[in-house]
Design a protein. Structure first.
Length: 272
């Protein structure tokens, strides 16, 4: 099924890696470049090239540019200083969409009183259109604004909505930080392969292709992860021997539970 074409006017604040990924996704889904404006003093060269090539406006004037959505993709540390200059863009028709890590809806409402606000947590696979974003809306977001926010976030991958903001800390720990866990798995598998006697280049390639290929299989399969694991595991075989170690009470599952708990706690601490 073809992706839905995007409509509306959008102000993108922050055109770094995630903001740039969103911009590319919007353009790919047919959002008119004339309806996009960017505020970023120094976007990365690859994003600056897109902005110039598509003749996307820079640093618009709120008197002449009235966005349906203001997407905040800046670092959380500069949110406070950026907010006053953005307030004039926020109109009754607007929805403010923040993908800043750790910034709660309450903090965004202090910066933008009376605004319709969506808080989202995407992850880095968004850069290839395979991200997943979990989002939550405040009470001022009506059905039309929620649909616009959904469509804009869906330009870089799947979108799920929650009603309890407290879940966002665990979301950050699982999907937000999760890509790093998989990259570490690839690193560790390569190191284990080298320790088992394989040449370094071959070890790295085997680990990389095994992790990425297995991820794609999981993505395409109708089976869940447990069933796919069982399909690889013959009783008394090599995989079973390895899984005895990995599924020990202090093995991979226990480590991941500790890791996610630590990341969840850190997310809560950062949110204040």
């Amino acid at each position: 099924m073809a992706a839905q074409m995007l409509h509306g006017t959008v102000l993108l604040v922050g055109a770094g890696k995630m903001g740039g990924a969103l911009l590319e996704g919007w353009l790919a889904r047919g959002l008119d470049p004339k309806h996009i404006a960017v505020r970023d003093p120094a976007p990365p060269p690859e994003v600056a090239k897109i902005i110039a090539a598509r003749k996307i406006g820079r640093d618009p004037d709120p008197k002449t540019f009235s966005p349906d959505a203001i997407v905040l993709a800046v670092k959380p540390q500069i949110a406070a200083e950026a907010a006053p200059s953005l307030a004039p863009f926020v109109q009754p028709k607007s929805v403010v969409i923040s993908i800043m890590a750790g910034r709660t809806i309450a903090s965004l409402e202090r910066a933008f009183p009376s605004a319709a606000i969506v808080r989202g947590m995407p992850n880095t696979p968004a850069s290839i259109g395979r991200g997943i974003t979990v989002a939550i809306a405040n009470k001022r977001v009506d059905a039309a604004k929620k649909k616009l926010a959904h469509d804009l976030l869906a330009a870089v991958g799947a979108v799920e909505w929650v009603d309890d903001e407290a879940l966002m800390d665990a979301v950050t720990a699982v999907s937000g930080s999760g890509p790093a866990y998989l990259f570490l798995l690839a690193e560790s598998l390569a190191e284990a392969a080298i320790a088992a006697g394989l040449p370094k280049d071959l070890a790295i390639k085997l680990a990389r292709e095994t992790v990425t290929g297995s991820g794609e299989l999981l993505h395409r399969s109708q089976h869940d992860a447990a069933k796919l694991r069982e399909n690889v595991t013959s009783p008394g075989g090599t995989t079973a021997a390895a899984l005895e170690v990995l599924m020990d009470k202090e093995g991979l599952e226990a480590l991941l539970k500790k890791a996610v708990a630590a990341a969840t706690k850190r997310s809560r601490d950062l949110a204040g």
